[in-house]
Design a protein around this ligand. Structure first.
Ligand code: PGA
Length: 250
């Protein structure tokens, strides 16, 4: 099966409204003739509508970086999945910064996954081992747990599901995994999806590598048979670098 490469740009908690608009316009202009690669921008939540409007008529998609699991209610400061409908296509769930900085448990990740699916949006589930797990040889156990517990209660694979493999120690450090190691983990992730949802689902799911991806190293990851794209943090804040990454993913 031919899986279409998919590149995400996770802007995290960066950029003013004006900067977000400028970056969106610059990325749109730089990628105007790009075909064969899906591109998703994940701006901070206050700028989602601006980015959505600035991308009207383009094939570049918009995603939210996080979501709350309840559909509405007295949850000051939170954003519900149904509120995102019409503005975003994708929602990033389980990013390691949510898990580690904000103490999000796998149960909460699963609640968020279900909320995203119930709202008819497409989840991008991020998984990845902290350095301690890597050192202790527990990486695959951690990945399996994050995948299986993170999709608890979801009977069939969510259509269009994307999984991002992001080793925690590679995020924002300038020290990516080696392409061979990333390939091994992504193949393992695909095998867990096969156990969970069957071979057809495993063939269809797109798996990204994330963690210190840049324009120079992205091709070495995308060339791997089980890596279908990249989730990019730091380099996604630079239109030229991000556009180069997207082009290299083709
Ligand atoms: P990085 O972040 O590209 O800055 O390492 C990746 C991510 O957190 O998704």
């Amino acid at each position: 099966m031919q899986r279409i490469p998919v590149v995400g740009g996770n802007w995290k908690m960066h950029l003013t409204r004006q900067e977000a608009r400028q970056l969106t316009a610059a990325i749109r202009a730089a990628l105007v003739d790009l075909v064969g690669v899906e591109v998703i921008l994940f701006p901070p939540s206050p700028w989602l509508a601006d980015v959505h409007d600035a991308l009207e008529g383009s094939t570049i998609q918009v995603g939210a970086q996080n979501v709350y699991w309840e559909p509405q209610g007295a949850f000051t400061g939170e954003v519900a999945a149904p509120m995102l409908r019409g503005t975003v296509d994708h929602v990033l769930v389980g990013h390691s910064e949510r898990r580690i900085v904000f103490g999000e448990s796998v149960w909460e990740t699963a609640d968020k996954m279900r909320a995203v699916c119930d709202a008819g949006l497409t989840p991008l589930l991020a998984v990845g081992e902290p350095m301690a797990d890597l050192r202790a040889g527990r990486t695959n156990d951690t990945l399996r747990r994050q995948l299986v517990e993170g999709t608890r209660g979801i009977a069939a694979m969510p259509p269009g599901l994307i999984v991002a493999y992001e080793p925690v120690w590679a995020i924002g450090t300038g020290e990516p995994a080696t392409p061979a190691a990333a390939q091994e983990r992504c193949a393992f992730i695909r095998s867990v999806i096969a156990d969970r949802y069957g071979d057809e689902a495993a063939e269809a799911v797109r798996i990204q590598y994330g963690g210190s991806v840049n324009a120079q190293n992205v091709a070495s990851f995308i060339d791997q048979p089980d890596i279908d794209g990249a989730l990019v943090g730091g380099a996604s804040l630079d239109a030229e670098a991000f556009a180069a990454i997207c082009r290299a993913a083709r």
